[in-house]
Design a protein around this ligand. Structure first.
Ligand SMILES: O=P(O)(O)OC[C@H]1O[C@H](OP(=O)(O)OP(=O)(O)O)[C@H](O)[C@@H]1O
Ligand code: HPA
Length: 259
């Protein structure tokens, strides 16, 4: 066996090209036949498909450093990158089972900006037909307190009338944002509205919301009553790129009087 050096993955076994394994969906895709690639690339692609399950267990996002660190203001980590990945897989399995039972594809609506990482990780793990769209809703500005009046600053492209909608959020905190969105989507005629949030912070809830039709509430973790950042969540637009969720040092926002 020849070993190929792979950046960040260590040494992966080089396996000779042979028939594609039955679980390998890439190599049997009719729209992307393996023989479309020159031989060395096709072989490398098959090697990666086979080697990834073992390597993925240890895979971590490698941040490229230089200058100031992204995590300079973090007090402590609540959920590591591995915790996040494991829980997203579980939530995706639950959602997938429900979506596969529907007669037509659901519309998964990500709430920009915060949900961008969770949405991307989630839908890649859901093996069911679905459409993806985004809305942008803002209520925190650059502070740590909700204005209490979420503004929809960018609307859907997809027509959700008669559709099953799954709203994907990074966090449900006061509940103002999802309440506002549910009302908005109901007005557009969605036949059911579910909410799938990575974090749920019930301690701060001030707006109760009702799911529509057969809608369900899915959540990754219950979040303690801290202002958290990372995995899409920001303070003043920073920290979204952290691959884990952490608590921000109080001195980072104590002087905040913007709301
Ligand atoms: O339950 P709530 O108290 O309404 O808080 C939850 C919302 O707050 C954040 O959005 P924000 O307004 O900060 O915009 P962003 O997604 O661009 O960060 C977050 O992404 C949720 O959408
Ligand atoms: O704890 C939070 N962190 C980041 N954004 C948020 N939006 C509502 N709550 C939070």
């Amino acid at each position: 066996m020849v070993l190929l050096p792979m950046p960040n993955l260590g040494l992966l076994p080089f396996l000779p090209a042979g028939p594609a394994p039955s679980h390998s969906r890439n190599t049997s895709s009719p729209s992307l036949p393996a023989n479309k690639f020159p031989a060395p690339l096709a072989r490398r692609r098959r090697t990666l498909t086979l080697a990834l399950p073992a390597a993925a267990a240890e895979a971590q996002t490698a941040m490229v450093s230089g200058g100031a660190d992204a995590d300079a203001g973090i007090d402590r980590v609540l959920w590591t990158e591995a915790d996040v990945a494991a829980r997203v897989t579980e939530v995706a399995a639950e959602l997938c089972a429900d979506l596969r039972g529907l007669r037509e594809p659901a519309v998964v609506v990500g709430v920009a900006t915060g949900a961008f990482l969770f949405l991307a990780d989630l839908v890649r793990r859901v093996d069911a037909p679905l459409a993806v769209d985004f809305v942008r809703v803002e209520s925190y500005g650059d502070g740590t307190e909700s204005s209490g009046r979420p503004r929809i600053t960018s609307d859907l492209k997809v027509d959700v009338a008669g559709k099953h909608v799954v709203v994907v959020e990074d966090i449900v905190d006061t509940g103002n944002t999802v309440s506002c969105l549910i009302a908005h989507l109901e007005k557009k005629g969605a036949s059911s509205i579910s909410v799938c949030t990575f974090l749920d912070k019930p301690a701060r809830r001030s707006a109760n919301f009702q799911l529509v039709g057969d809608g369900k509430f899915y959540r990754g973790f219950e979040c303690p009553d801290y202002f958290v950042v990372g995995y899409g969540m920001d303070y003043a637009e920073l920290y979204r790129n952290l691959p884990y969720v952490g608590v921000l040092k109080a001195e980072m926002y104590k002087k905040d009087t913007s709301n």
